[in-house]
Ligand binder design. Structure first.
Ligand SMILES: Nc1ncnc2c1ncn2[C@@H]1O[C@H](COP(=O)(O)OP(=O)(O)OP(=O)(O)O)[C@@H](O)[C@H]1O
Length: 291
């Protein structure tokens, strides 16, 4: 074999090895995962984004509820979303969690997981937890049992009753109880908790699954001032370990927890910045704060 042919052969082999390595990344060879092996279940945040929406639109009976919405969130960030009634905040969360399919656009979890290819249950399993406005705990079970149930993968009544925690899960449960300030209420019936405590319990149930991203819809609605202050502390303690997207109308709560605030209006981003910046923005005053 001539030296030229040997060089060409070596180049081909090197290209083939690089191609094979790229194929065995979680991204299936997409540039984001190239050269870095992700463990199964890991979300690729090497591009500094845990959630990425681009040009997302959805219409209901011809009405554009979400209109070319683009937005991204960094890992560990606590992002607040505000906006007038009907701005599209809930619909945006419905799209992220797979409840509503957009007509167009992209929605990525990390740089490689295309959420539009997944069903609602799969998206929860991938590590996106959602808390709706109204608490939905099991009222006739204790705080402990609610948290325990949150770990049971098969939620059938019989198999849930037979579900037993292993020692790592017991540790996790103790840690979550501490985080949500319910250590002193482990054996209380969830139905006897205050509204705020029920909300924390539901957040605890989500935390049992150790979600990477938490979506929280109006978490302090109906809470007392003291409960609201405790919830702010809770969210600040979760920031960094989890990424959070919080939709809320309570501006003093937003002021306590926020770094970046995104203002939605008519289904797209109207403004983004610190709360002071967006509150000083004429367009925001016009469409939202001025109302
Ligand atoms: N399934 C649906 N069918 C028809 N219209 C819908 C549907 N879901 C949402 N909409 C409309 O889309 C718009 C956005 O609603 P959405 O609930 O997302 O707003 P929001 O910002 O969460 O409002 P709020 O602050 O009042 O909760 C509203 O005009 C709403 O009526």
């Amino acid at each position: 074999m001539t030296p030229d042919l040997m060089d060409a052969g070596a180049e081909r082999v090197a290209r083939h090895i690089a191609f094979e390595q790229a194929l065995h990344t979680e991204s299936g060879g997409r540039a984001a995962g190239y050269g870095r092996h992700l463990t199964p279940g890991e979300v690729d945040v090497t591009h500094g984004r845990i959630l990425y929406l681009e040009d997302v639109s959805v219409s209901f009976d011809g009405f554009k509820a979400i209109n070319k919405l683009s937005l991204d969130i960094a890992p560990g960030e606590l992002r607040c979303i505000i906006g007038p009634n009907g701005a599209g905040k809930t619909t945006m969360m419905d799209i992220i969690t797979g409840k509503t399919r957009p007509d167009e656009g992209s929605v990525y979890f990390g740089s490689t997981i295309d959420l539009l290819r997944h069903k609602e249950a799969e998206i929860a399993q991938l590590g996106i937890g959602r808390k709706f406005q109204k608490p939905t705990v099991f009222e006739h079970l204790t705080v402990f049992e609610n948290l325990e149930l949150a770990l049971a993968t098969d939620k059938g009544v019989k198999s849930s009753m037979l579900f037993k925690l292993d020692s790592a899960q017991c540790d996790r449960l103790a840690e979550v109880l501490h985080t949500i300030h319910l250590e002193g209420s482990v054996l209380r019936m969830a139905g006897n908790l205050s509204h705020g405590q029920k909300q924390w319990l539901e957040i605890g149930m989500l935390l049992m699954q150790d979600p990477k991203l938490l979506l929280l819809d109006e978490p302090v609605a109906g809470m007392t001032d003291e409960e609201t202050a405790r919830t702010a502390e809770l969210f600040l303690s979760l920031k960094g370990k989890h990424s959070l997207m919080v939709v809320e109308h309570d501006m003093s709560f937003i002021r306590t927890i926020s770094e970046i605030v995104t203002v939605l209006c008519d289904g797209s981003v109207l403004a983004q910045g610190t709360l002071d910046e967006v509150q000083a923005d004429e367009r925001v005053i016009e469409v939202y704060l001025g109302r």
